[in-house]
Design a protein. Structure first.
Length: 296
């Protein structure tokens, strides 16, 4: 049977990493954790569970170093796993079976996404729609450290799609509450807006509202987010807010400039005000006693 390496990118994942590693420990031939200089017990937990830890500075990039990570495995097959995901037994059996197929090099693995404490089956987050090429023969995938471009299938290659069935999907424990969604959305929308700016994207206000409205309608109506109850409504609204944030921040960059440029402008204006004091422009306030004395 072919050998399988499981690789996980991490940064401060001490709360969840142990579950991810324990879900693959019994059948993976190799476990590798590529850690971006975590400040918690992530690396210690990984080593205690038998994983090889490789420290990586990330080269200043905010996203996981996917290109570097996929090159670290020695197995014939690679499973790229996130620290907040676990592999059920049925899926593990399916992956091992696929690794023995002679004509398959890439598999699209479904993900069962959990939002606010429950699995989501619609809202554009359903397992089949969120299937991604996470299981592949070494050297047969294109990895990227850019947002929303983690892994892609090379041109001309085909992938085997694993159909979703209970137990045959990565279980992805995503957001625990709205605060967590907004924190991540704020960070990633800034990065995406900056990339759009560098790519020369337009920043029309009409496009801002169109993009947000389209996102909401796609998730809530076309993807039947209403069937996920209040969670589907929140997912649709928060996803629309993310798109609104991206283009609003892009418009800010086009209209007002980068944050450090505006900060420099503020500093210059503040200095002008302070220099008025140094120039002696502050009028002397006459004490009340002097005014009374002068009047007499």
């Amino acid at each position: 049977m072919s050998t399988i390496s499981v690789i996980i990118n991490t940064f401060n994942e001490e709360k969840r990493l142990g579950f991810a590693l324990r879900s693959v420990k019994q059948w993976a031939d190799e476990m590798i954790v590529v850690d971006q200089q975590s400040t918690d017990r992530t690396a210690e937990i990984a080593r205690d569970l038998g994983a090889r830890v490789i420290l990586h500075r990330g080269n200043g990039k905010p996203y996981p170093p996917r290109e570097f990570a996929v090159q670290q495995g020695s197995g014939e097959w690679i499973l790229m796993l996130d620290a907040d995901e676990v592999v059920p037994v049925q899926l593990a059996d399916e992956l091992r079976r696929i690794s023995s197929l002679p004509d398959v090099a890439i598999a699209l693995v479904p993900r069962l996404n959990c939002w606010f404490g429950r699995p989501i089956m619609y809202s554009g987050c359903d397992p089949d729609r969120d299937a991604c090429p996470r299981f592949f023969k070494r050297g047969h995938i294109v990895a990227s450290s850019e947002a929303h471009k983690d892994f892609s299938i090379p041109s001309g290659m085909c992938a085997l799609r694993i159909p979703y069935a209970p137990g045959k999907a990565l279980v992805h424990f995503t957001y625990v509450n709205t605060e967590a969604v907004l924190a991540r959305a704020n960070r990633y929308s800034t990065l995406e807006a900056q990339q759009l700016y560098r790519d020369g994207a337009e920043a029309k206000l009409t496009r801002t509202f169109y993009s947000a409205t389209k996102e909401f309608l796609w998730r809530y109506l076309k993807c039947r987010g209403y069937r996920d109850g209040w969670r589907g409504l929140y997912i649709s609204l928060l996803s629309a807010f993310y798109r609104l944030s991206c283009y609003a921040k892009l418009h800010e960059l086009r209209a007002a400039g980068w944050a450090h440029e505006i900060e420099a402008l503020y500093a210059a204006e503040a200095l002008k005000i302070i220099l008025q004091y140094d120039a002696g422009e502050l009028e002397r306030v006459v004490p009340a006693a002097e005014v009374t004395s002068a009047a007499v």
